[in-house]
Design a protein around this ligand. Structure first.
Ligand code: PEP
Length: 256
């Protein structure tokens, strides 16, 4: 049976690696990558994008992503990066709404929604992150919390636009903590997210929606996570900085 959704592993390097380390990491990933239909994405710091793009150029299932962008097209926004700048170096995906952007840079659902629209208007694909903090999980309100994030930032999009987005469920308590959501917790939330999409945009769109899991995903747990029916791959932080680990995660999907 034809798979309904692509499989993807995206590495978010965050504020790590200098230019040469970034070059070496990208070269190692490309060298070790076996041919497959898994979409592999690398999100290095802005300064490395052009070079990592050159290294991955011509490999059809490998793309580069930015970790953020500004919602305005151009102008007096010192220190910011525009959609056109990212386009001009071949960026395909932009990670938006990462919990670190929300927590340390005060990004609201509303602002993230504006960035999503700007990225779509620029012909790139947002990887939209959502996920609950520990206290919300402990209070049992995680599904409602994530449903609100989706509603506030995304659910005013047309169905046509919404279909272009990749979602990433990233429970904040699992990011960089070594604590992973269990496969059952991940599946439960991915299914809940798919149900929200189904209620808003219908069955067909919901079944085609790619939903990545993020939060201490590593070679030792990726297989179990990726075996879940509603988990379509991973957004990887720490483990994307070691080529062997990243490649092992890329190779963790179940056989067809
Ligand atoms: C992330 O920050 O998106 C992430 C998933 O990080 P880590 O894999 O390090 O938990």
């Amino acid at each position: 049976m034809q798979r309904q959704r692509i499989r993807m592993v995206a590495g978010n390097w965050k504020m790590n690696t200098d230019y040469e380390q970034g070059r070496d990491l990208a070269q190692e990933v490309v060298r070790k990558l076996q041919p497959s239909d898994v979409h592999v994405v690398m999100a290095p710091p802005f300064t490395h994008l052009k070079n990592v793009g050159n290294i991955t150029n011509g490999i059809s299932n490998v793309s580069i992503a930015a970790q953020n962008c500004h919602e305005q097209t151009a102008g007096a926004y010192t220190g910011e990066i525009s959609i056109a700048m990212l386009q001009s170096v071949g960026v395909k995906y932009v990670i938006l709404g990462h919990s670190e952007r929300r927590q340390y840079f005060g990004e609201s659902d509303e602002l993230i929604g504006k960035k999503v629209k700007a990225v779509l208007a620029g012909g790139m694909v947002p990887i939209f992150c959502c996920g609950e903090p520990l206290e919300v999980r402990e209070a049992g309100n995680h599904e409602a919390y994530v449903a609100d994030q989706l509603k506030n930032s995304l659910f005013d999009l047309s169905e046509e636009d919404f279909k272009k987005i990749i979602l990433a469920y990233e429970p904040i308590w699992a990011i960089g903590t070594g604590k992973t959501a269990s496969p059952e917790q991940a599946q439960e939330m991915h299914k809940a997210i798919r149900t929200q999409v189904q209620k808003k945009y219908g069955e067909d769109t919901s079944m085609r929606q790619v939903i990545l899991y993020g939060g201490s995903c590593k070679p030792g747990n990726a297989k179990e996570l990726f075996a879940q029916a509603d988990v379509d791959g991973g957004l990887i932080g720490g483990a994307s900085l070691k080529s062997d680990d990243f490649i092992a995660i890329v190779e963790s999907f179940p056989e067809d």
